[in-house]
Design a protein around this ligand. Structure first.
Ligand code: ADP
Ligand code: MG
Length: 728
């Protein structure tokens, strides 16, 4: 009997849920462990406080003297909270977070000791982080990397460590992480959007991108998860016969949260609240054991940090509750995978959501301006946007009948489509007073009412307008949101920059009034970006054909999707917007392709081990059982045993055939892997892994799943889907 599976099952039956102390209001707990404005006021000098505030708002530099003061205040606060260590917390290109802890404690020459932390330690560090992927940047430039303080995301204490959010860059300036490009993209969109917003309100001084993510995840019993080597090593199940009951009854979705899960959620939310992550909603998702958590939206950089922190905290809290949390985009075949919708908008420092219509015609024209420019940007750079959500694990989810296909399109709803259709008819050049009145009253003026009942939301769209924000739905559950947010902010920044130039030219050269110029440019954008708008079923096959006719890109897998990153138009775009250089783009592409190869390679190796060392041996044991039985029947029945043992003989034959087939396929996969490894360029390798290795995963799985169906339950080595998905 396979011990691991049955021991794990026995262990999972013994679980009890923890009672979480819910005393104390969440509002009082909120941000207790964050060095936010309130704490800064308390622990910093006025001078230091003003400098940090200015750095956050204007991006101004903080000089060493001031940094020393800030460090002093931060240290005093951290020690008062019981912190013993500090770390520069950063986001290397692995997609995860990284940290290297240093103790505050230091020994003085006289043999005494004291807690030390100065401006030098706060502002910059050089972790020996040479093993992080750099896409060749370090080798080419022989550059070391350093981490540098990002004052726009406040420091926080996690357990007993003061965590300082930082960027990770090479001494030659290239970004080695996901945060540095995000900050540059957010700066680009701030500049571009602020100057456009000033057409409508001179008081606007800054525009923030806002992000509200919705994190989907699975929770499975820790012992059961550990009993499967595929889940442990790759985050997903590589084999597993579907459970008879899956999600078809829809009895999990929005259902009563199981007590053990609720206890985990309460514990998690408490931790998050103290860390300043404004968690708000929790519910059961569609698949069994699948859940979702969403916070209140925040400024994008902070929101990205909070999502990464959340994922770390979730893993730790889950473990304490004897769960394993799965962020993989497709941990189980046959049921929904997990995504991370990115709700995105733009907000001014005057408190206005630029994608929300206002109370006056001018405000509504402002809304239309940002709305149409976003559509236009996505149309122009749809392939780049698609590349920002490409990964080996997300490839399983995009287009799998539960998530949008890897084709970018925008859904805006019937009423807003009608508005855009009307705007297409706006006259060229100057507008007559009648036309202006008509536009103000009956087209633009109607928008707020329209949006009030904008309920026909299309869940199959990868990029949907949902009343006062766009929702990007292709982002994978495991991903760092910095990647799609960097891309979206960069393309919209470029678009708004072009828009401003065109409008200004019409005002200066054609003598148009500002609103006339705006209407004129928007009209052209509406016309030229029509192909990106799609209101129908994004999951349907017809759409794939229609999308091809519209010449929208359709990159089905990661190696294909990543090609565009280094195309000339991408290099030009990122250079113009000052977000990434060609070297940085190439490095990113290389890192992503490398990660893709490693993921598929690891999956292939794990699958090989499962087949050779577990599945085939289990099948042989079952064969022996059958042989023993058939032999016994032969002894008793003699010549007529064949009739009595007909079913057993038939089973014996079937099992034998599957053993033969699965062995053959696995041998072939191993050969394909070897051939792929021998290829010279990373691109060829990635393509070979994608096209020659990965297809075996499905055919091998099919054989394994058939064997699972045939073989005696007590001989099957891997915890089954029904066991792992329905243990609460
Ligand atoms: P669902 O998509 O599950 O139906 P909603 O459409 O209500 O849920 O989306 C809620 C998410 O949208 C939350 O994470 C929220 O923070 C985010 N959100 C709401 N307004 C904005 C905004 N202006 N900018 C960014 N995110 C926002
Ligand atoms: Mg959503």
């Amino acid at each position: 009997m396979p011990k691991t599976r049955f021991q794990a099952l026995a262990e999972s039956q013994k679980r009890e849920y923890k009672n979480i102390d819910e005393s104390g209001r969440r509002s009082e707990l909120f941000a207790r462990q964050v060095f936010n404005e309130e704490k800064m006021l308390q622990f910093l000098t006025k001078e230091a406080f003003d400098n940090v505030k200015s750095a956050i708002f204007h991006g101004s530099k903080i000089d060493r003297k001031i940094a020393d003061q800030v460090a002093e205040g931060m240290k005093a606060w951290a020690l008062s909270m019981g912190a013993t260590h500090y770390t520069h917390w950063f986001q290397p290109l692995t997609g995860a977070t990284a940290e290297k802890h240093d103790a505050f404690f230091d020994v003085l020459p006289e043999g005494k000791a004291m807690e030390k932390f100065g401006g030098a330690q706060l502002v910059q560090q050089e972790p020996d982080a040479s093993s992080f992927p750099s896409g060749g940047i370090r080798n080419t430039f022989e550059a070391r990397g350093y981490t540098a303080w990002d004052p726009t995301s406040p420091a926080f204490i996690y357990k007993t460590t003061l965590c300082i959010p930082t960027i990770f860059v090479a001494y030659t300036g290239e970004a080695l992480d996901n945060k540095a490009p995000l900050l540059r993209a957010l700066h680009a969109i701030d500049q571009a959007a602020t100057s456009v917003a000033q057409y409508f309100d001179k008081n606007v001084r800054k525009v923030y991108a806002t992000l509200g993510w919705e994190q989907e995840y699975f929770l499975v019993d820790k012992a059961l998860a550990q009993s499967r080597l595929d889940l442990t090593m790759t985050g997903r199940t590589l084999v597993g016969n579907f459970s008879a009951k899956g999600q078809q009854l829809d009895d999990h979705y929005f259902g009563v949260i199981p007590p053990r899960v609720l206890s985990f959620m309460s514990d998690l939310e408490k931790q998050c609240t103290q860390l300043g992550i404004p968690v708000k909603t929790r519910h059961n998702e569609v698949a069994p054991n699948q859940f979702e958590l969403a916070p209140v939206f925040e400024e994008a950089n902070l929101s990205v940090d909070h999502n990464l922190l959340l994922m770390d905290v979730m893993e730790e809290v889950a473990s304490r509750h004897n769960f394993k949390v799965l962020f993989h985009e497709k941990p189980f075949a046959g049921i929904n995978g997990s995504g991370k919708h990115n709700n995105w908008s733009l907000a001014t420092d005057t408190g206005v959501n630029l994608l929300s219509p206002g109370t006056t015609p001018m405000k509504n024209l402002q809304f239309l301006t940002f709305f149409v420019n976003t559509i236009k940007a996505v149309d122009t750079y749809e392939e780049l946007l698609r590349s920002s959500i490409a990964s080996a694990s997300n490839d399983h989810r995009l287009g799998a009948n539960e998530a949008p296909p890897p084709i970018i399109s925008i859904f805006i709803g019937k009423q807003l489509s009608d508005v855009l259709d009307e705007l297409e008819g706006v006259s060229k050049g100057k507008l007559s007073p009648e036309e202006k009145t008509e536009l103000k009253l009956n087209v633009v003026g109607k928008i707020p009412e329209i949006l009030l009942d904008n309920t026909d939301r299309n869940r199959t769209s990868p990029f949907a307008f949902t009343g006062n924000k766009f929702e990007m739905r292709g982002v994978g559950a495991k991903m760092n949101c910095a990647k799609p947010m960097t891309m979206l902010s960069t393309i919209v920044a470029k678009q708004l920059t072009d828009f401003k130039k065109e409008v200004d030219a019409l005002i200066d050269k054609k003598n148009l009034k500002k609103d006339e110029a705006v209407f004129n440019v928007l009209r052209e954008y509406i016309k030229t970006s029509k192909r990106i708008r799609f209101e129908g079923d994004g999951y349907g096959m017809e759409w794939q054909e229609e999308a091809r006719r519209r010449k929208l890109s359709f990159n089905k897998n990661t190696p294909e999707a990543l090609q565009i990153i280094t195309a000339k138009e991408s290099v030009d775009l990122f250079k113009e917007m000052d977000v990434m250089s060609e070297v940085e783009l190439k490095a990113r592409q290389e890192v992503e392709l490398g990660a893709y190869i490693f993921h598929i390679q690891i999956e292939g190796r794990v699958l090989g081990e499962m087949v050779y060392n577990h599945i085939i041996p289990a099948a042989i044991r079952y064969q022996n059982l059958l042989l023993e039985n058939i032999g016994g029947l032969k002894e008793v029945y003699g010549a007529v045993h064949k009739k009595v043992a007909e079913s057993q003989l038939n089973l014996l034959e079937q099992v034998g055939e599957h053993i033969l087939e699965i062995k053959k396929l696995t041998d072939e996969m191993t050969d394909a892997r070897k051939r792929a490894n021998g290829l010279s360029t990373i691109n060829k390798k990635a393509q070979a892994y994608c096209n020659n290795v990965k297809p075996y995963f499905d055919t091998i799985r099919e054989q394994s799943d058939r064997l699972e169906k045939l073989i005696a339950d007590d001989l099957w080595p891997f915890t089954k889907y029904r066991e792992i998905l329905f243990t609460k």
